[in-house]
Design a protein around this ligand. Structure first.
Ligand code: ATP
Length: 278
């Protein structure tokens, strides 16, 4: 569904993407994980026609984003990082405008709004002005708006940034539900937990390059299953073990203040790049 070949983007003298290669298959939930400034948003902006690539090529459902851009644009819905709803309009008016922009017939717009508001749990808010919604409701409305024209691909740029833990989980459940309907999802995040919980595969991006790409399980398996954290010399250090007894034995042998926990994706990222994601 998404094919990216040697994608390069330079902002004047700043290299933002340095040759990205990746393929996302139909129905997959793919997470693009990296620290601030890694190049996540730039990738989405290029794929959705908001920024021009410097070199390389990309296809969306077989349509080249440069030579077949109109067809490529029909393949996706986009949920940008910053809330860009019309705050002075109601929930249903925001969706209706999106339907008009995509030239959907009036009858289809009405039924799609009903269906989507039910889907995201905002049916009771249809006449509410957007400025009166909570942050989590706005985020769900942005997702519904991106789905109005029934796209095959959904781009989500940091879908749960700024949401509290409870609301974030509600948004995750919605994202999973959308994937189950057959939509291919490409999401950027710097929340480790989000990628670990949601993604079929994860690409680690750092300084405009992919440093690893695999399933969350495979990315973590290289290190082991258990970690001992120790705070020493004003730094957190982690040691990795394949089994819990092995880790416990090590902690007992050294009598130091270790904390035992499961290995997570952050450990894999740290091991590859030497730095934390968030
Ligand atoms: P964040 O998690 O903070 O959103 P990101 O991974 O999405 O970060 P990008 O926004 O894609 O990263 O930025 C990649 C690099 O390109 C950074 O060095 C950034 O400063 C630079 N950059 C992004 N947009 C522009 C722009 N319009 N002009 C110049 N440089 C830019």
């Amino acid at each position: 569904m998404i094919e990216i070949v040697q994608l390069v983007k330079n902002y004047k003298s700043t290299p933002a993407l340095r040759g990205i290669d990746l393929t996302v298959t139909r129905g997959e939930l793919f997470a693009y994980l990296g620290p601030n400034g890694a190049g996540k948003t730039t990738t989405i902006r290029i794929l959705t026609g908001l920024a021009r690539l410097t070199a390389g090529r990309a296809m969306l459902n077989g349509h080249d984003i440069i030579t077949d851009s109109l067809a490529a644009k029909k393949q996706f819905g986009l949920v940008p990082q910053h809330i860009n709803l019309d705050h002075e309009l109601t929930v249903s008016e925001n969706l209706r405008i999106h339907g008009w922009l995509h030239h959907l017939p009036g009858r289809n717009i009405r039924s799609r709004i009903d269906q989507l508001l039910d889907y995201i749990g905002l049916s009771d808010q249809r006449q509410t002005l957007v400025k009166h919604l909570s942050g989590g409701m706005k985020r769900r409305l942005m997702i519904a708006r991106a789905l109005m024209h029934e796209p095959q691909i959904l781009f989500l740029d940091e879908p749960s940034v700024g949401l509290d833990a409870n609301i974030r989980r509600r948004v995750w459940a919605l994202i999973k539900k959308i994937q189950q309907q057959g939509v291919t999802i490409f999401l950027t995040t710097h929340y480790i937990e989000e990628a670990e919980f949601l993604a079929d595969r994860v690409a680690f991006i750092d300084h405009g390059q992919i440093v690893a790409l695999d399933t969350p399980q495979n990315l973590m398996a290289g290190l082991g299953s258990w970690a001992l954290d120790q705070f020493a010399a004003e730094q957190m250090q982690s040691l990795y073990f394949h089994s819990q007894p092995e880790a416990k034995q090590y902690a007992a042998d050294y009598h130091n203040g270790f904390t035992l926990r499961r290995v997570n994706l952050e450990d894999a990222f740290l091991a590859l790049t030497g730095k934390k994601v968030a």
